[in-house]
Design a protein around this ligand. Structure first.
Ligand code: CO
Length: 221
């Protein structure tokens, strides 16, 4: 590698990255100042009651939006908050959350103005992303009659909501979720959408906590 390849190899980090370490030290000190036992407690247990499945969008961070501290939310994020059967990453997270951590709630958190949902309708994303959002594109075509009456922005936001409902449905069909319900382990799945313009979360009213409610809600087994 030529010596002039970059200015910051080895020990020194550029200032825009290095300041993150200052932030981190200040944050850790503040946490200990507020609660001297905070990290000692965290070290001992990992027992979050919530699994958050959200979009990778930087405007939709998990803990901050719902006012929970480190240790309280198990998190999985991907583009457009999808729960797909072939995604080993997401499936592992859900299985671990349900079977080992025994979380009480799974929240699928979509958001308005989602780039992934926009790409599903209008294209323009890089190849792999375009492939990833194909299920959402199929959802759009499945609902094209309703979509035809909406303008561009409303289509994107309505499809973001439909996508959340779809992921709640996908979760309700997963073997690990079904097993938990069969054992009468408490587990409730929720579908919410976040407004990046006002910071508020909307409940889509699709919470399910057993096979019967899932079947009633989705009119299928
Ligand atoms: Co998004």
């Amino acid at each position: 590698m030529p010596e002039s390849c970059c200015q910051h190899h080895g020990a020194s980090l550029p200032p825009d990255v290095d300041h993150l370490f200052n932030n981190n030290r200040a944050w850790a000190a503040k946490m200990v100042e507020k609660d001297p036992e905070f990290f000692t407690r965290l070290k001992k247990t990992h027992a979050p009651e919530f699994l958050w499945i959200g979009c990778s969008d930087a405007r939709v961070p998990a803990n901050e939006l719902i006012g929970l501290a480190p240790g309280e939310v198990f998190v999985h994020r991907n583009i457009a908050n999808q729960v797909l059967a072939a995604d080993m990453n997401c499936q592992s997270v859900v299985e671990y959350a349900v079977e080992v951590l025994k979380v009480k709630h799974i929240v699928v958190m979509g958001h308005y103005d989602c780039g992934g949902v926009t790409a599903a309708i209008h294209g323009g994303a890089p190849d792999m992303v375009d492939h990833w959002v194909r299920p959402i594109r199929k959802l759009f075509f499945r609902h094209r009659d309703e979509m035809a009456g909406l303008d561009r922005k409303a289509q994107i936001n309505r499809l973001a909501e439909m996508n959340v409902v779809e992921q709640v449905k996908n979760l309700a069909h997963l073997p690990s979720v079904r097993r938990a319900w069969e054992k009468e382990q408490f587990l409730m799945i929720h579908g919410w959408v976040y407004g990046v313009n006002d910071g508020l979360i909307k409940d889509l009213g699709v919470s399910v906590e057993c096979v019967a409610t899932a079947e009633a809600l989705f009119h299928e087994g």
